[in-house]
Design a protein around this ligand. Structure first.
Ligand code: 3SL
Length: 235
């Protein structure tokens, strides 16, 4: 039986061997929720960057550019990191490629590229990710983006939710990280939005008046797509 493990922070990734496994990269607030939303809204592909300059350079090739630092849209970019940037109709996004850089999410993605398959997870596409994992039948590592190397609640709770969905087909009891995430998910499940109100990043976003984004990102199973890393981009 394949296993599901959870890496609480990109800083811990050197302790995990991703070879031959599926990495589910998760940054609930907000990078991976925004990437799911972008592709569902008709963006053709998303190219993630670690650095602002590399990302900005893609504008010359016709890309929309999206950048976040410390929760705010970086100056000189078309979009920030709000999923509503792809939904509000201010910029037409259908048929465009997006170059994106965020504080933690795009970094976690780059550090996960040693896996056999790298996909993007969010509460929005939880069941779609679970189905993808079942179809692959390989060990899964949930890579939590965290916050500047630290543990965060929302990405870990996602790991617990995915573990619950996969419990019949995967060993979800083999690591203390997965057990802990499942315990947190049990606490959170009856009122996910209410539970996550206590998380540090939710407080940070609320102070930036991005609480609409938070309410959006904690919805379950609204999208049935699984963004996957292929040839240097997410499609
Ligand atoms: O760190 C990240 O990658 C972002 O998702 C953080 S924020 O939600 O845009 O502040």
């Amino acid at each position: 039986m394949p296993s599901l493990d959870i890496c609480f922070s990109p800083e811990l990734l050197p302790l995990y061997d991703l070879r031959g496994k599926v990495a589910v990269v998760v940054d609930i607030l907000r990078a991976t929720s925004s990437i799911v939303t972008a592709l569902a809204a008709g963006v053709t592909h998303v190219v993630p960057f670690s650095e602002l300059d590399e990302c900005r350079a893609l504008a010359a090739q016709g890309y929309l550019t999206a950048a976040e630092r410390d929760g705010r849209q970086a100056e000189g970019f078309d979009l920030g990191n709000s999923p509503f940037g792809y939904l509000d109709g201010v910029l037409p996004v259908r048929g465009r490629g997006v170059a994106i850089t965020t504080t933690n999410g795009t970094r976690a993605l780059h550090l996960s590229l040693g896996a056999e398959a790298v996909v993007i997870g969010a509460f929005l596409n939880l069941e779609a990710v679970a189905q993808f994992a079942r179809a692959q039948g390989k060990d899964v590592v949930v890579v939590c983006a965290g916050w500047k190397g630290m543990f965060n609640l929302e990405d870990t709770v996602f790991g617990g939710a995915l573990a619950e969905r996969l419990a019949a087909d995967f060993d979800t009891t083999g690591s203390d990280a997965t057990l802990a995430a499942r315990h947190l998910w049990e606490q959170a499940k009856p009122d996910l939005e209410g539970y996550l109100l206590q998380s540090a990043h939710v407080r940070r976003l609320n102070s930036l008046e991005a609480n609409k984004d938070f309410a959006y990102c904690v919805q379950l199973d609204t999208h049935d797509i699984v963004p996957i890393w292929r040839d240097g981009k997410l499609v």
